[in-house]
Ligand binder design. Structure first.
Ligand code: G3P
Ligand code: MG
Length: 244
């Protein structure tokens, strides 16, 4: 089994994370998947942004939950990264789904509800995916165990992943009990025993955020199901060399 290459926040080494230019670059590099982070605006629109506040990745200030989609649209989400991307906007989840629909990409939508547990985020995102007929190529993931549990009724239609950076000897059974069918782990947690436990439990295992060549290779050696990387073009080159 070949490890899938999933562009982390898009091809985020080369373009501002979670924006259309980063997703376009990921697609052009032939990544198999795109990872993105979703939060809810004041008017309940799911938008793609990693932090709870806009400060780091835009020219604005404030929490996503306190701003309307229209207000977020006025912000510049590109110039913090480079002048070349000035005027790049925050996009809604719908815009990404519309764009993905006719492309051979799988999706990992990370629900950013571990710090602010947005009400109904799970069902809002699920219904959007259903409308766009994208359920069968999407995994929803979250660091929030309560949210994984709330998602468990969907785990026949869709990938549900428990995200973690914490060591836990019972991680696989814990994730399974919550209702997840995959675990997404920080690279330092990766070891053969964990991968074997996942295989036995029929759980997919994917690893974030893997940018160093030696680390990428280790994920291939362990036959992880996927890696999240900021440099999908390079990871694909490494993978070609790995199987030659
Ligand atoms: O979904 C994998 C990874 O994105 C989780 O961490 O902080 O980059 O969203 P973070
Ligand atoms: Mg993420």
């Amino acid at each position: 089994m070949k490890t899938k290459i999933i562009a982390h926040r898009g091809a985020s080494r080369y373009a501002p994370e979670n924006t259309m230019p980063a997703f376009e670059l990921a697609y052009q590099s032939k990544a198999e998947g795109i990872e993105t982070d979703v939060q809810l605006t004041k008017d309940n629109i799911p938008v793609l942004i990693h932090d709870e506040q806009v400060k780091r990745t835009t020219n604005g200030t404030g929490y996503i939950k306190d701003l309307t989609f229209e207000q977020l649209r006025q912000l510049d989400a590109g110039s913090w990264f480079s002048g070349e991307f000035t005027g790049t906007q925050i996009i809604s989840l719908d815009e990404l789904l519309q764009w993905v629909k006719d492309k051979p990409l799988c999706l990992n939508i990370e629900l950013k509800n571990n710090k602010i547990d947005y009400k109904h985020l799970e069902s809002i995102v699920y219904e959007r995916l259903k409308d766009y007929q994208l359920l069968n190529r999407t995994t929803l993931s979250t660091f929030n165990p309560r949210s994984v549990h709330r998602l468990k009724d969907y785990n026949k239609d869709i990938g549900i992943a428990f995200l973690t950076s914490k060591r836990n000897r019972n991680l696989v059974s814990h994730a399974h009990e919550l209702g997840a069918n995959a675990i997404h782990i920080k690279y330092r947690l990766l070891n053969k025993l964990l991968v074997d436990q996942c295989k036995q439990a029929k759980m997919a295992v994917r690893v974030y955020t893997v940018n160093r060549s030696a680390h990428i290779m280790k994920c291939f050696t362990h036959e992880c199901n996927g890696i999240f990387t900021d440099i999908p073009d390079k990871a694909l080159q490494f993978r070609t060399n790995f199987y030659h």
